[in-house]
Write a protein that binds this ligand. Structure first.
Ligand code: ATP
Ligand code: MG
Length: 416
């Protein structure tokens, strides 16, 4: 067997199985706590095999996962990593692994299988759960204060003896590999979540980076997940509000609903970068910094947003990019989609009240041009009062749409 130690030497061993994609302090703290509390002589980390068809680009290959697990466990004399599952062809079931260990270990060796409590409650759905729980004791690690009654209930229903389960509280349970992968994808720090050696390994091989999109259309689910990590919670909510409001407007005015959702979702994707980062990115993307953008760095976000949408989210549709690029300033002769996102941004449901919000919303569902004229006028007046410089695109836009102001007044009067 591909294990360094002779397993015959031990009276107690624990198995820590997982994908370890990547291995983190949650896994290590769990294994070490179990080892100490239950007085276990040897802990075997067994990275799981993964069927090749399941390997997409944001998942590390078997060798990477194996090597990261070795790096993370190398300094603990009780820990060892086994290649048994990754070297086994075909699907791997925990029951097969435990059976193999039973053959390799001393006859009366006690085998423990460590798993997160949430995974433990799924054991019922694994292959041969009853036999499994006869061959080994399951150690379910839980967050402090975790309610075990639900798992007990499920076990009883599946006719599995709760005596075969041990519950242990461990700290550090909030860490997960999924979270780490997502953080790497958007260049957020993963320091203190996993061992420095693994962190360096991830960097060295560029693991978990978002790949440029190869699909013809960006996937909304993936975009949403990524935005969740890039934006503050409030901005994230706002973003979803604009996406949904844009779809409603698109329905009303006969525009492409899919494009409206995508543009709404991404309109603020560059908004939460710091001023310093924004300026750096303007340089990178060749966005010219005029007097206004230098003084009001936040105003770069719609222009940067279009570049980020292209570069990091794989959006190629010029209509969608335009709706992102002009959602703050507006411009002359806007496309229907541009008007829709520009307007939805003002009154999506999570938006705070301001003078004119209800009027803009009423107009937006009746006449896009009147609504654009009204909100441009409103915004420019407001910013002039605040002594802010007005972007020339907005000034030209108002000039272009001002003939619709009268219509706006009439429509609003009709409402009264
Ligand atoms: P993913 O986010 O990809 O599901 P993961 O962080 O849950 O990954 P796995 O490799 O799936 O890691 O987990 C291996 C085992 O470790 C599982 O039994 C899981 O329940 C447990 N585990 C995962 N994270 C923690 C943690 N923070 N503390 C304790 N146990 C954990
Ligand atoms: Mg998991």
């Amino acid at each position: 067997m591909n294990s360094l130690s002779d397993l015959e030497n031990f009276n107690t061993i624990a198995v820590m199985g997982g994908t370890f994609d990547p291995i983190h302090y949650g896994h290590l703290v769990a294994a070490e706590t179990v080892r100490q509390e239950l007085d276990i002589e040897h802990v075997l980390f067994i990275p799981s095999g993964r069927p090749p068809h399941k390997q997409n680009k944001r998942v590390a290959g078997d060798e990477h996962r194996y090597l990261m697990t070795v790096l993370a466990t190398a300094d603990n004399p009780y820990f060892e990593v086994s290649r048994m599952e990754i070297d086994r062809p075909g699907m791997t079931y925990t029951i097969d692994t435990i059976k193999e260990l039973r053959r390799l270990c001393k006859k009366d060796c006690k085998i423990y299988f460590i798993t997160g409590a949430d995974a433990a409650s799924q054991i019922i759905s694994w292959k041969n759960p009853q036999e499994l729980t006869k061959l080994c004791t399951i150690v379910a690690v839980t967050r402090p204060g975790y309610d075990k009654s639900r798992i007990f209930y499920e076990l009883m229903r599946a006719d599995i003896s709760p005596e075969r389960f041990i519950f242990l509280e461990v700290p550090a349970l909030a860490i997960s590999s999924t979270d780490i992968r997502n953080r790497v994808g958007v260049d957020k720090s993963i320091r203190y979540l996993l061992s420095p050696a693994v962190e360096q390994y991830i960097q060295k091989f560029g693991l978990y980076k978002w790949q440029p999109y190869e699909e013809s259309e960006p996937v909304i689910d993936e975009i949403t997940k990524k935005l969740h990590y890039m934006l503050s919670p409030k901005r994230f909510t706002h973003t979803q509000g604009v996406a949904e409001e844009s779809v409603k407007l698109a329905k009303t005015h006969g525009a492409d609903e899919k494009k409206a959702y995508l543009a709404g979702l991404l309109h603020d994707c560059a908004k939460d970068y710091s001023s310093k980062e924004k300026l750096k990115m303007c340089d990178k993307y060749g966005i010219e910094l005029d007097e206004i953008l230098v003084n009001q760095t936040d105003l770069t976000h719609p222009f940067l947003g279009a570049e980020v949408a292209k570069d990091m989210f794989g959006v190629t549709d010029e209509e969608v990019l335009g709706a992102i690029r002009y959602h703050t300033t507006g411009r002359e002769n806007m496309t229907k989609l541009e008007k829709i996102v520009y307007l939805a941004d003002f009154f999506e449901p999570s938006r705070q009240y301001f003078d004119g919000i209800n009027e803009i919303k009423q107009l937006a569902y009746k006449d896009l041009d009147a609504a654009v004229a009204y909100s441009l006028n409103n915004t420019i007046e407001y910013n002039q009062k605040k002594k802010r410089l007005i972007h020339p695109l907005s000034l030209r836009a108002l000039e272009y749409y001002k003939d619709h102001l009268e219509k706006a007044e009439i429509l609003l009067k009709g409402e009264e």
